[in-house]
Design a protein around this ligand. Structure first.
Ligand code: GTP
Ligand code: MG
Length: 212
């Protein structure tokens, strides 16, 4: 129950994987449009503005690969990215407080849920939590859904550059206590910053380790 730890070999494998070319595959607004699996598929979920798109850019080292914005509700489709033909990263619309028309938000939430409930071959969902705010009620709803559908998920604290070490320790303790009893949650987590790239090599190592 702690921050995930890796050997030098694992860290090297992660760095190597993500030094390969990464590219946008497609955006999906309807479940019927889901593409066939390509390599190991992992998805990034979290409240609007938590930093999902920024994390994908930081992982791949490609600025602007996924579109990030200060306005919550930037990502409105499931966006599929390819890394070296071996990994598919799925950037998802946020939940919680997107600044967009209600009907539109509902439509993309339905796609998001449909995808998470019924994607055979989805290997892992990373649920991002803003380190400044900790776990919110909408996050718990997401945990409920993932526990029900038995999709393995792991938490990623984001924007750790914005808080002090003492605050990080507090949010870490709170988060760990909350996921302890969760059926499908992995006990280890990541503390990251897309600004300083803190925690990025560890997350890369984890993802590289998921390749079969
Ligand atoms: P939606 O697509 O709207 O759900 O948002 P998102 O989760 O994809 O968030 P996005 O990556 O667009 O980032 C939201 C804002 O937070 C942007 O202004 C980013 O620059 C900022 N941000 C993201 N990650 C970090 C981080 O690690 N540190 C800091 N300081 N800012 C960050
Ligand atoms: Mg986004």
């Amino acid at each position: 129950m702690a921050e995930a730890r890796y050997s030098d070999d694992q860290l090297t494998a992660g760095r190597r994987l993500f030094s390969a070319p990464a590219s946008f595959r497609l955006g999906v607004a309807k479940l019927e449009q889901l593409p066939p699996l390509k390599g190991t598929e992992v998805a990034f979920a979290g409240r609007s503005n938590v930093g999902k798109s920024s994390l994908i850019n930081a992982l791949t080292g490609v600025k602007g690969l996924a579109r990030a914005s200060n306005t919550p509700g930037r990502t409105r489709e499931l966006n599929f990215f390819d890394v070296d033909g071996r990994i598919t990263l799925v950037d998802m619309p946020g939940y919680g407080y997107a600044k967009a028309p209600k009907a539109e938000v509902k439509q993309w939430q339905d796609v998001l849920k449909g995808y998470l409930r019924g994607r055979p071959g989805l290997t892992r969902v990373f649920v991002l939590i803003d380190a400044r705010h900790g776990v919110k009620s909408e996050d718990k709803e997401m945990f409920d859904m993932l526990d029900e559908t038995a999709v393995a998920y792991q938490l990623v604290l984001t924007k750790t550059d914005k808080i002090k070490p003492k605050e990080l320790a507090e949010v870490t303790a709170q988060t760990q206590a909350l996921i302890k009893t969760r059926a499908a949650a992995l006990p280890s987590f990541f503390a990251t910053s897309s600004e300083t790239l803190g925690g990025m090599d560890e997350l890369r190592a984890e993802i590289a380790g998921l390749i079969r």
